[in-house]
Design a protein around this ligand. Structure first.
Ligand code: NAD
Length: 509
């Protein structure tokens, strides 16, 4: 087990700069379950210095990409061997139901590691083009440098892997800052990295608060910031990176819509919404919490949703029967309850749930899964991200109106369209302004499918070759035989060459 009073900096467990600690409280029992070291700015300095040295002078960025792939494959093996232990840790620290911890929180990162390794193994790291000016042009993809990776608590290991592994495969060095709510899985990752033996300095892990995040983002030793979190924080990160001209990618909030077409089956939709809208207790950036239903069949869809939500088992996250666990923190519980109050004040009709604790539960940061009908898309509960188990049903007049409502949002992260007519659903899905849309399924976050948002949901893409490319710079070498060096193009020859026709076909080396 990792020494929890220490920090993993530059590949070693070291004493932190201060004696401050983070208390990990069980969201179910409200009892202390662990204490871990709380990093200070001086620890960030050490981590960035180690990453800088490892990038500028160490072997990792210069290692053959296929050797990096081999290390990630080894890491994936070590990871899978301890998957159940990880599921227990995540349920302990953030309260996700154990069945969901096993099937998603713990399972998916292993799948992703293997998929990312395949992507890197087949990536075209270099290609040679016939130059228009005579020589060859070699186009290469080089690691961007020291990466600051900042993530929230809601899918902690999934989010670690989504940034750390592509960055490592690219040849970057990484300072990872997980949330203070979920430091235990971060320590678990550090233990696994120790097992595969990366060169010194390549990875540091500093689970800490937003001040640590701010300090890291503005650190002059960082080349790229890869941020996942709220839109408010993302804007602050973008401002710092903008003024420093530092590369940045942002995976931010959402308020996604499930568009239910008028020929959809109410039971299938209601069952699908338990994942699409309520997975992880609604603490998911991709949660589709606006359910758009046809006006003339709205009662059927509402009835089906009521009967599924009423039967969800809420309670002890370690009980395999539980479907909805507690919220991650008291603050999150209060935030969600405030939105439930607000929805009632705004005139939405509360059909299931509410602000009181679920029956039989006396402590823990629980919120009852809640369904509102008669929601107007202009209400705050339809426009703002709640990040809890709260769904709102919004009626639309026709397909045009449904598309308009789906897009009437400052966000554009995910969405879904439900209909037995896949062609019709696909045509609607193409008109939804969001990075990822599922047809008859909540978007399934396949590791080869680029993931990210439009509008206030972010900038950039993760996963697939696009995600790997986010950690690479494209560089060109122009090569001529030494004897031809005197043949410097005369004025006008570039234009003449371009006028000769379109670029010739790219040939890879
Ligand atoms: P948050 O923005 O408060 O914090 C996220 C992370 O950023 C934490 O590690 C935090 O310590 C750090 N942080 C906060 N302010 C910072 C700043 N100014 N500079 C640097 N670091 C800072 O978000 P949260 O409440 O922890 O997480 C929930 C949010 O994350 C939701 O909005 C959700 O939609 C979003 N999210 C997005 C995705 C995605 O892929 N688009 C995935 C998961 C969660």
């Amino acid at each position: 087990m990792s020494p929890r009073h220490q920090l993993y900096i530059g590949g070693q467990w070291v004493d932190p700069a201060t004696s401050e600690t983070i208390e990990v409280i069980s969201p179910h029992t409200e009892q202390l379950v662990a204490r871990v070291a709380d990093p200070a700015p001086a620890d960030v300095d050490r981590a960035v210095a180690a990453a800088r040295r490892a990038f500028d002078a160490g072997p990792w960025p210069r290692t053959d990409p296929q050797a990096r792939v081999a290390i990630v494959r080894e890491l994936a093996e070590c990871y899978s061997a301890r998957e159940d232990e990880l599921a227990q840790l995540i349920t302990t620290e953030m309260g996700a139901p154990i069945t969901f911890s096993r099937s998603a929180h713990a399972k998916l990162p292993g799948v992703m590691m293997r998929a990312f390794a395949e992507t890197a193994a087949g990536y075209r790291w270099q290609e040679t083009r016939d130059g228009f000016l005579g020589g060859d042009v070699v186009v290469g993809h080089e690691p961007v440098g020291v990466v600051a990776a900042i993530i929230p608590w809601n899918m902690p290991m999934f989010l670690i892997v989504g940034k750390l592994i592509p960055a490592l495969l690219a040849g970057c060095t990484v300072v990872l800052k997980p949330s203070p709510e979920t430091p235990l899985d971060a320590h678990h990752m550090a233990e696994l990295l120790e097992q595969v033996g990366l060169p010194p300095g390549v990875v540091s892990i500093l689970p800490g608060g937003r001040e640590v995040g701010r300090y890291l983002v503005s650190h002059p030793g960082v080349d790229k910031v890869s941020f996942t979190g709220s839109t408010v924080a993302g804007r602050q990160v973008a401002e710092v990176c903008g003024s420093a001209l530092r590369r940045v990618s942002l995976e931010l909030g959402g308020k996604s819509a499930a568009v239910v077409l008028d020929d959809a089956d109410p039971d299938a939709v209601a069952t699908g919404m338990m994942i699409a809208g309520l997975m992880n207790g609604g603490q998911a950036c991709v949660a589709q919490t606006r359910v758009l239903v046809p006006q003339r069949r709205r009662h059927e869809f509402v009835d089906a949703l009521v009967s599924v939500i009423e039967n969800l088992i809420v309670g002890d996250p370690f009980d395999p029967a539980t479907r909805i666990g507690p919220m991650v923190s008291r603050r999150q519980q209060q935030r969600v309850r405030d939105y439930i109050d607000l929805g009632q004040r705004e005139g939405a009709r509360l059909l299931v749930g509410g602000t009181d604790l679920p029956a039989g539960i006396e402590r823990g940061w629980y919120v009852r899964p809640t369904l509102f009908a008669d929601v107007d898309n202009s209400m705050r509960i339809a426009q703002e991200e709640i990040f809890g188990p709260v769904l709102g049903v919004i009626a639309y007049a026709d397909d045009e109106h449904a598309v308009h409502l789906a897009n009437d949002s400052e966000y554009g992260l995910s969405g879904s369209v439900w209909s037995p007519d896949v062609e019709r659903a696909t045509a609607i899905a193409r008109r939804v302004r969001a990075g990822t849309v599922g047809i008859n399924e909540p978007y399934s976050m396949d590791p080869v499918a680029p993931f990210g948002g439009v509008k206030n949901s972010g900038i950039g893409r993760e996963f697939g070759t696009e995600g790997l490319a986010g950690y690479l710079d494209t560089v060109s070498l122009s090569i001529r035989p030494a004897a031809a060096n005197s043949a410097v193009p005369q004025e006008g020859t570039v234009g003449a060459a371009r006028a000769a026709g379109p670029p010739r076909e790219i040939r890879s080396s």
